[in-house]
Design a protein around this ligand. Structure first.
Ligand code: FHN
Length: 603
């Protein structure tokens, strides 16, 4: 067997990356979000097209942790259930005994893959080995496997790979290449094993690489190897790892978390959607509830409407959504996941044309929703139906032909108002979370304009001006803030930060369609030292003063609270474009982290 690191040992010293890794793991909790590699190689993989078109994937976290279901010795844990071993600092030898009870007799590859098929899923990625170190497949390189150490004794991955391919679903494996809490030389377990004595090269050589090779050899053609949490390797070593694995299956894609910018497409952070479209090939990953692995006391499942709107939102920015389920220790998929997936599948049967093989739309997000596109077609995803019978689509700079509801033959009435299209809004189905309207067009659309003024209309109860669309001045800047509620259930908020003095301002372009009175609501988070400071909202020549309200301190492992603070009312007498500026009244601490400004028509 060729071991790619055999000749590297003399050079395999602790480099800067390794020190960083050690530091992160020594601090235990901070690891997950620090280890997301969101960059890809920039080269176009010859087999990338299926992935670009697929748009909807199913992630499956299934391992020993599924049997433990978030409880250890009577204590319930919350958040990422697959991190139970670390959360409970469970000794590796004790944890391994759980394998004796792991007997997923209900596992049925045909049922799982048929559900995926009916849900409109186009690719599936399942955990072959997660950080606990337990292989859910048959491996010669470890005894800690479902075949060798459980009463089940079979390899479920064989059947699953075949069943997925039979149903036209691309099949892939998740593999935690560095973290392995079972092994003395694997990353992450410092409660059993002395970090300073670890030989990561040996871990890669004796388990990680050979197991990856088994996966790429024994399960037919794989669509993806979904690496996670890179560590312990230099760029050169990662490149060699990638090269040696590519030889086995040149057609297989590698996720960006292979590390060192060497993946074939970009994954964002867990539960993260970039705020604006991205031209590269990329994926957002979300889990159904608060955990990736099964937890029997986690019932916080996303509803079909939430998933459909997430799918449309991700597609509107040009990405794929891979949504995770956590089957239990018997091999059953939680009933709400199955039920809600089928509801999403039903919606996709009618509306899939507006999702699969689309690119981002060329109209920025509107109070009514988002857009996706295909050559000659712009799809309007109406996530919030208007209150009146007109729907304005701003700045449609192409030659418009027919406009119709997706799937309907009858056209919709519309007229031009300058560059806008004004649609006679059809009777939308209020039970449908995303009514799709198709605008057929000719010509080359203008690019997506992040600086376009944002629509404000009395047709909507709330008109959000999101931070990503801001123009900043002085030290004000737009950045993404990451935090969690329980443990590893990451949230991300794009905010304007750095506003410390009157010269540091955030300017939003508002395009008000109808005159009227609007309440101005600031949505922000404000730490103690920022509280009780004065700020100003300026519209036209009028300054509106307010004082900041303290919300919560920032700690990335706790909720970061955003308040919706109504600060004033503005009266707009004429439709038109108005700048709205937010700034501190005087020099001081950062005013707050501003997520959005919401304009609410007064009724
Ligand atoms: O630590 C893992 C986590 O358990 C889960 O597998 C997610 C899925 O993207 N990846 C890591 C954290 O980012």
């Amino acid at each position: 067997m060729h071991m790619i690191f055999r000749h590297d040992r003399p050079r395999y010293t602790l480099n800067a990356l390794l020190y960083l890794t050690l530091f992160l793991y020594a601090s235990g909790l901070s690891a997950q979000d620090e280890m997301w590699d969101k960059t890809a190689s920039g080269r176009t993989h010859p087999n990338i097209q299926w992935f670009k078109e697929a748009k909807f994937g199913l992630f499956i976290h299934w391992g020993l942790y599924s049997e433990l279901a978030g409880t250890w010795k009577g204590k319930k844990y919350y958040g990422s259930g697959e991190w139970l071993m670390l959360q409970g600092r469970i000794p590796a030898s004790e944890y391994a005994q759980a394998a004796q009870d792991f007997n997923p007799v209900d596992f049925n590859a045909d049922q799982w893959t048929q559900l995926a098929r009916d849900a409109g899923i186009r690719y599936m990625v399942i955990t072959a080995k997660h950080h606990e170190g337990f292989a859910m497949f048959d491996s010669k390189w470890s005894d800690f496997t479902i075949v060798k150490s459980t009463p089940y004794k079979k390899d479920p991955m064989k059947a699953l790979a075949e069943a997925a391919r039979r149903r036209g679903i691309q099949f892939g494996f998740y593999y935690s290449q560095f973290l392995d809490w079972h092994e003395p030389n694997g990353g992450g377990n410092k409660w059993d094993f002395d970090e300073t004595k670890k030989d990561y090269a040996r871990y890669y050589r004796e388990k990680s690489v050979p197991q990856l090779k088994e996966l790429l050899t024994n399960y037919g053609p794989l669509g993806i190897v979904w690496f996670d949490m890179p560590g312990g390797l230099t760029r050169e070593q990662t490149q060699r790892l990638v090269d040696s694995l590519r030889q086995l299956q040149p057609g297989c894609l590698f996720s960006s978390r292979v590390g060192q910018g060497l993946g074939d497409y970009r994954d964002f952070g867990d539960s993260e959607v970039p705020p604006a479209p991205i031209a590269d090939t990329w994926e957002s990953i979300y889990t159904f509830n608060d955990s990736w692995g099964y937890i029997d006391h986690d019932m916080n499942f996303k509803s079909p409407a939430e998933i459909i709107s997430l799918l449309a939102n991700v597609a509107s920015k040009g990405g794929n959504l891979m949504l995770n389920i956590g089957p239990d220790g018997k091999g059953d998929i939680p009933p709400y996941c199955a039920k809600f997936l089928l509801a999403v599948g039903k919606w996709l049967t009618r509306n899939g044309e507006s999702i699969y093989a689309t690119t981002s739309g060329f109209i920025p997000a509107q109070p009514w929703g988002v857009t996706t596109a295909k050559p000659g077609k712009l799809y309007l995803h109406i996530l919030t139906p208007p209150r009146h019978d007109e729907l304005v689509v701003p700045d449609v700079n192409v030659d418009v032909g027919r406009i119709h509801m997706l799937g309907a033959t009858q056209g919709l009435a519309w007229h031009r108002n300058g560059r806008d299209i004004v649609l006679q809004a059809p009777a939308l189905d209020r039970d449908n979370p995303d009514n799709v309207i198709v605008i057929e067009y000719k010509g080359k659309p203008q690019g997506y304009d992040e600086q376009a003024p944002l629509t404000v209309s009395t047709a909507f109860d709330a008109n959000p001006l999101e931070a990503v669309f801001v123009r900043t001045k002085g030290n004000a800047n737009c950045k993404s803030i990451t935090f969690s509620h329980y443990y590893g259930d990451w949230k991300h908020a794009t905010c304007i930060a750095g506003m410390q003095g009157p010269g540091d301002s955030a300017v939003f372009g508002m395009r008000v369609l109808e005159p009227g009175d609007y309440k101005v609501i600031l949505e922000y988070a404000c730490v103690a030292e920022s509280g009780m400071q004065e700020g100003v909202v300026t519209v036209g020549d009028k300054d509106h003063y307010f004082r900041t309200l303290r919300t919560s301190e920032y700690d990335k492992h706790s909720p970061f609270l955003f308040i919706r603070h109504p600060v004033t009312i503005i009266s707009v007498t004429k439709p038109g474009i108005y700048p709205l500026t937010v700034r501190p009244a005087r020099e001081g601490k950062e005013l707050f982290k501003l997520k959005s400004v919401i304009l609410e028509p007064i009724r």
